[in-house]
Design a protein around this ligand. Structure first.
Ligand code: UD1
Length: 333
């Protein structure tokens, strides 16, 4: 057996007797995670999703996959589901755009929802690992790049505040009650199931959709703002590595690529790939949530401790995302 086969076998060994709860499992990243988990044939996967942005049609049809339509805001429901579970991937979230419009609802889902998971685990004592998916937005604008896990945190908007609140409760429940929780801080993730018809989808699927339909590509501001774009398969692999490791309990990991790309450059690469597109680039005003100028993560901690590194380049990830959008929307040039 080579190293890759060994890793795959250890994942199968880990999940074969486990019941796994995936909150937000019908959304973009949740669907990719559930699909990957299905490859490891766990005893059961339970998905809880309120279908606010998730889609029921994303849920794979296997007898070991159960879907519960509901919200993590409902403590009794969360408690009840977690009674049967060993592992929890907590992905359910109100996204940044909708959060800024309704900060109260953002707090209810992102902060109280996370509290409900942790408090259920504290009372039940049966949970072997919770992975809380946080966001690099907890850093705000840092004084240097790339951003490490030890850099200062500053919430620039209610979404960042609620995600940071979730992290604070993870730390507190680990330190006080030994609830076995790990935190991953994602950057901007792209890939299949990031649906451009979803108004809250990220910049990549929006640009691809525009380019495929010969519509203007709209850049907010001067386009020199930067992001660290991660392909979803890499994000999922990192998340699963954290879940199956004993070393990760009580730890926080950046999950990104360490590669900084400006929005102008992103638009250029998409138009190079879709080189028959007639789309033009159009600059408009910044959005009210656009207060992060530059973002790129240092990923040394997860590389050294869990031997995870991203494998998919931005260009290859864009090609995969383009193929998925063409396949699912039937649009193409
Ligand atoms: C993203 C995530 C958020 C996550 C955060 C930190 C999405 C939708 N949001 O926010 O959940 O917590 O990263 O990792 O993935 N832009 C344009 N034109 C567009 C859309 C966006 O120029 O049509 C620009 C924006 O102004 C921004 C950049 O692209 O500067 C990225 O925007 P977006 O994809 O919405 O993500 P973030 O705001 O970084």
């Amino acid at each position: 057996m080579n190293i890759i086969e060994n890793i795959e076998q250890s994942k199968r060994d880990f999940f074969e007797d486990k019941t796994v709860l995936v909150t937000g499992g019908a959304g973009f990243i949740g669907t990719n995670l559930v699909n990957e988990l299905c490859n490891y044939s766990p005893k059961k996967i339970i998905i809880i999703d309120n279908l606010f942005t998730g889609l029921k049609s994303n849920i794979p049809i296997f007898d070991f996959v159960d879907f519960v339509e509901g919200s993590v805001e409902n403590f009794d429901l969360v408690f009840d589901l977690m009674k049967k579970c060993d592992i929890v991937f907590h992905l359910a979230v109100r996204n940044i755009i909708v959060s800024t419009k309704d900060p109260e609802k953002d707090f209810a889902t992102n902060a109280i929802g996370t509290f409900n998971i942790l408090e259920s685990a504290r009372r039940l004592k049966n949970i072997k690992k919770i992975v809380y998916t946080s966001s690099s937005s907890v850093y705000g604008n840092t004084s240097h790049l790339p951003i490490t896990e030890n850099d200062s945190l500053y919430a620039l908007n209610p979404y960042a505040a609620s995600k940071l609140t979730g992290e604070a409760y993870c730390n507190a429940y680990f330190e006080t009650y030994m609830v076995p929780v790990s935190v991953v801080r994602y950057t901007n993730v792209c890939g299949p199931y990031s649906n451009p018809s979803n108004p809250y989808s990220g910049v990549i699927s929006k640009f691809i959709y525009s380019a495929l339909n010969n519509q203007p590509i709209t850049i907010h501001g001067d386009g020199e703002q930067t992001r660290d774009f991660t392909y979803v398969d890499d994000t999922i692999e990192a998340t699963i590595s954290v879940a199956i490791s004993d070393k990760s309990i009580g730890e926080i990991y950046n999950v990104g690529t360490g590669v900084e790309t400006s929005i102008n450059n992103l638009a250029k690469i998409i138009l190079e790939i879709l080189n028959t597109s007639k789309s033009e680039i159009n600059h408009i005003d910044k959005r009210d949530i656009d207060n992060i100028r530059r973002r790129v993560l240092d990923i040394e901690k997860i590389r050294k401790s869990l031997r995870w590194t991203p494998k998919v380049t931005l260009r290859d990830g864009l090609v995969e995302t383009i193929n998925w959008i063409i396949k699912t929307s039937g649009k193409g040039i």
